[in-house]
Design a protein around this ligand. Structure first.
Ligand SMILES: [Zn+2]
Ligand SMILES: [Zn+2]
Length: 302
């Protein structure tokens, strides 16, 4: 069988559940040849991951997933691959993003307290080892027994982290707060400055809406991202079911080939909250062959 890979995973340095070495170990156990560790605005897990790479014989692609905002209510995640992650200016830029997230989280907590949910910053800081993201906040609220009564009154049940995020934490929601962010162009620029390749994460979510059961693709916006330097697309990524995933994969594969964009793929594995699939898409029809990484590497040299 062809060697398989997963170029989009998270560790506990953002909102993943595993340590970098446990993630690489798990990749070995399910026979993956390579993993991309792409924590949100964070590269703190890479040193440990690279050490584990040698121990377990699984290739680690040093990666990051930067959140960028062309406007205050639209979010695009840009994956950076093959980064010179030890670059000090790059690390400083990521640290500034993390600080902004921390400041924002404090405001969000205040908003949640004001509507009657118990959550405090100390618990959040203890839960999130690295970058604080929305699922951490949702998880803490949902898992505090003292919030159960209010959650049930509010949602009619104990909600999933995803349901809580949609009701309280997304733009326009009750507890939402903005933070200082970068545009896609700036995120792509940061990645390029350290020799990385910039790939749009999960276009099947970011650029595809579902209306009346039909998938609607925003290819025009993709052109704008390409104009500001985007190198490629996460073609092999999931949507909410197999049928829609097949349509999205085919659409972006075709587009990547027409526009000569690089192709990437990954499960967005977290093992926490409601985002992503199992590592290596273990529970799903979709798989990412090693050839995808080979092609990325050769495009990166061009
Ligand atoms: Zn993402
Ligand atoms: Zn991700």
């Amino acid at each position: 069988m062809a060697k398989l890979i997963d170029l989009h995973t998270h560790t506990y340095y953002s909102d993943g559940v595993l340590s970098p070495s446990d993630l690489v170990k798990k990749a070995k156990e399910i026979d993956l040849a390579a993993v991309g560790i792409a924590d949100h605005d964070n590269i703190d897990g890479l040193k440990e991951a690279i050490a584990a790479s040698k121990k377990f014989g699984v290739e680690v692609v040093p990666s990051v997933e930067i959140s960028s905002y062309p406007s205050s209510d639209t979010e695009f995640h840009i994956l950076g691959y093959f980064l010179d992650w030890q670059n000090k200016a790059f690390q400083k830029a990521l640290a500034a993003f993390q600080d902004e997230r921390e400041k924002r989280a404090k405001k969000v907590i205040k908003n949640l307290n004001n509507v009657g949910y118990l959550i405090n910053f100390g618990d959040l800081r203890a839960l999130a080892r690295g970058t604080i993201v929305q699922p951490h906040i949702a998880w803490l609220v949902i898992n505090d027994l003292e919030n159960r009564k209010k959650l049930k009154a509010d949602f009619g049940k104990i909600p999933s982290t995803g349901e809580f995020i949609v009701k309280y934490l997304i733009p326009g929601a009750l507890a939402y707060e903005t933070r200082k962010t970068v545009t896609p162009k700036e995120a792509i620029g940061l990645i390029h400055k350290v020799g990385g390749m910039a790939i749009l994460a999960h276009p099947a979510w970011s650029l595809v809406k579902k209306e009346n059961g039909k998938l609607i693709f925003d290819d025009e916006y993709l052109d704008q991202l390409v104009k500001v330097g985007l190198d490629g697309l996460e073609v092999y990524a999931h949507r909410e079911n197999e049928e829609d995933t097949r349509v999205c994969v085919e659409h972006y594969l075709d587009l990547a080939q027409k526009k000569k964009l690089a192709e990437s793929g990954g499960s967005d594995y977290h093992g926490f909250g409601s985002a992503g699939k199992d590592l290596g898409f273990a529970d799903f029809y979709l798989k990412v062959p090693y050839q995808v990484l080979e092609d990325l590497k050769s495009k990166n040299k061009q």
